[in-house]
Each structure stands twice: as C-alpha cells, then as structure tokens.
Write a protein that binds this ligand. Structure first.
Ligand code: PLP
Length: 376
C-alpha cells in the first residue's frame, strides 16, 4: 500500500509490506497449494490450528476466527447479550468501527474522554458516565498502546459490567505482563493488512475464556447454526478462509520479531525527535506498546503534514474528527467542548511511517524533515 513512494527519491512510504511478502512468499505459496489440494477452503484445518495458536499466544482459553475486526466486535457484543436499550461506554478517539459495532447491534455508544498522554480511554471519565443502562466498557488499545485494563477491570467488577477489548491495533501488546485480548470478557482483533498481525485480505479474531460465549460466537459466525441447516438465531456469514489462516499462522510464528522491529523503529524516532517542539507517544506504564502506529502531537500538524508530503513522506491523520462529533451521532446531542482532551488531540495528531522493515536511515530522513517544521 502506498509502495509507490518507495521509489520517490528521498521519500519514505507510510507503509510498505513488499519486503515482508517476499520473505513469506514461498512458505505461503506452499500453504495455499496444500489448502487447495485438500479441498478445505473455509473454516478448515488451518483456521482451527490458527485459533488454537492465537488463543495460546494471547493467553485466552479460546479463539474464534471471523471475517474482520468489525465483525469481531459485533459478534462479541451479540454473544454477551448486548442490544437495543443498552449503553456501551467507549472512546471517541478510534476508528469508527468501534462505535459502529455498538450501533449495529442496536445499542448506544456513550463516549468518555481520553488521557492526553496515552490517547486511551480515561477510567475517571468512564466512571462518570456509568448509568442504569450501561452494560459494557469497550476500551481500544489505540495505536497498539495498552489501555489501563487494571483500572477499567476494577470499575467493571464494581458495577457488574462486561469488558470488550478492541485490540484491533494491538496484537502482541501487553498490560501488566499479560497480552491484551485476554484481559476482558472478549478480545477483538483485526487482521486488516496494516495491522501488527495482518493478513492479505480481511480477517478478524475474538479471544475469550468463557465457554458459553465461545459457543455462541461459533454459531453467530455461521448463520446462527448449531449444526448444518439447523438455525437457532439469526447470525452472520463471518468466516475466515484457509488461505488467510495459513498466512496468519506463518506470521504468528514471527510475531515477536515483528513487534520487536516496530519497537526498534519507535526507539529510533524517540531518540531523534526528542527535544523538538512536539509530543512523542507515551507508552502506558508497565505495559508493552506494539506500535501499530507511531503518532505524535504537533502544534502545527497540518503544516507538518504538507511539508512531509512535499518530500515524499507518507503520513496519516489518525484521527481528524472525534466520533462524538461525527454526523452519524448528531442525534446523541454531543457539542464541541464536551470532551476537550480528545477534541484537542484531533487537531494535533499525526502518524509517521512505521512498519517492521523501515530502516534507521529512513527514520532519520523523516526526523530531519520533521525538525524543519518543529525546531526545539
Ligand atoms: C481500533 C479499530 N477497531 C476496529 C477496526 C475494524 O477492523 P476491520 O477493518 O478488520 O473490520 C479497526 C481497523 O480497521 C480498528 O483500527
């Protein structure tokens, strides 16, 4: 994606998966051939093996593979019985799919403010929003930085709420020595190609240690069927295919190296950007940031983005508009100023290139251009 920029002299792509593909190609081609020859194309042996391997990695009893991260969220909410009349407290600083999933099951998202440093949902703000209709808290480990699951878990226990982790961007991230996705009732992952663990298409996964939830997820992903042609509730066609599962198994075996490489890139940025007039990402204390994105706060964000673009450096504006002020949620009645921290972030954040194969020379090139717009 955006690989053209590789060829711009002095340019740096926002993301490039080409080298990774070349490294994995032979192994994946063999796996595709094996899947084709076996005749099992959907929910076959690679999917089952991947579910077991991913559950073991995350530290949950079970994993259920689905068609996307969005589906992982929708199916988790449904499996936990959340629907019309219920409220789910979540963050407005995330990709729309997080809140969209709540709306799709007929429940109402209630937006809490975020922490200025970690960009994650602020537990104090969550506490203020709990009411009689609240059924769940839906934190996002934004950009790969683990949310404060200790504080959120304590609030949830106190009020009898479910916790659904949106870990779409955070495969391999850790909180307090445990991997994210295993810390709530359900952990939801996306395997969209840009993610820390990405496939070459769409895919998703739910982790859970509750057998009843797992049973319901298994039938929800397959039209609510308990066995062929026997349907107990309306579900979805949300199944992972063997070709993506085979790739995910190959990439899962290398995931620690991939996370370490991302963390190395982040460390290069941290060193070279220190002392400049900007705010670097703040990894959560006692955790492990997986650096799906490296997102800075900059007082002249738009000028910086233009300057980098003029030099062939790809960036992304995650996220330009907080979800509570999106048109789709106008009926919820939020006003500018209601959630001041997230509203300030949306004017200042810019995500710089990061991917495991990014070289130190490329990071140096980005930082040199950043420094031209942000002297210390
Ligand atoms: C935080 C977050 N939640 C949910 C999703 C949805 O995942 P998918 O694109 O696989 O449906 C994404 C990614 O795109 C995401 O970044």
């Amino acid at each position: 994606m955006n690989d053209e920029r590789n060829r711009a002299p002095g340019g740096v792509p926002y993301l490039s998966l080409q080298r990774e593909y070349q490294d994995l190609r032979d192994e994946w081609m063999q796996a595709i051939d094996g899947a084709g020859a076996s005749g099992a194309f959907i929910l076959g042996p690679n999917v089952r093996a991947f579910e077991e391997e991913a559950a073991a990695y995350v530290g949950a009893k079970y994993a259920v593979a689905v068609a996307s991260g969005t589906d992982a969220l929708v199916l988790s909410l449904r499996a936990l019985g959340i629907g019309p009349g219920d409220e789910v407290i979540t963050t407005p600083f995330t990709f729309f799919a997080t809140a969209e999933a709540v709306s799709l099951v007929g429940a109402t998202p209630v937006f809490a403010d975020v922490e200025a440093g970690s960009f994650n949902i602020d537990p104090a703000s969550v506490r203020e929003r709990i009411g009689p209709k609240t059924r769940a808290i839906l934190p996002v480990h934004i950009f790969g930085n683990p949310a404060d699951m200790t504080a959120l878990g304590a609030i949830a226990r106190e009020h009898g709420l479910h916790v659904i982790e949106d870990a779409a961007q955070a495969f391999g991230a850790m909180h307090g020595g445990a991997r994210v996705g295993g810390l709530g009732d359900c952990g939801c992952f996306s395997f969209y190609p840009t993610k820390v663990l990405g496939c070459y298409g769409d895919g998703g996964l739910i982790t859970t240690s509750d057998e009843g939830v797992r049973e319901r997820l298994l039938r929800l992903r397959n039209h609510g069927a308990t066995r062929p042609f026997i349907h107990v509730e309306p579900g979805y066609n949300s199944r992972l295919d063997e070709i993506q599962a085979a790739l995910l198994r190959i990439k899962l075996r290398r995931i620690e190296d991939a996370v370490a490489a991302r963390r190395q890139v982040a460390a290069w940025y941290d060193r070279r950007l220190s002392g400049l007039d900007l705010i670097r990402p703040e990894p959560a204390a006692g955790g492990r940031h997986a650096y799906n994105l490296y997102t800075i706060r900059h007082p002249r964000r738009d000028a910086l983005r233009e300057h980098l673009s003029a030099h062939g450096i790809g960036t992304s504006q995650c996220y330009p508009q907080p979800l509570h002020l999106q048109e789709v949620y106008a009926h919820l009645g939020y006003r500018p100023g209601d959630l001041p921290v997230v509203e300030a972030l949306c004017h200042e954040t810019l995500s710089l290139p990061i991917f495991p194969d990014l070289g130190e020379d490329q990071v140096a090139c980005v930082c040199k251009r950043v420094a031209e717009v942000s002297p210390g």
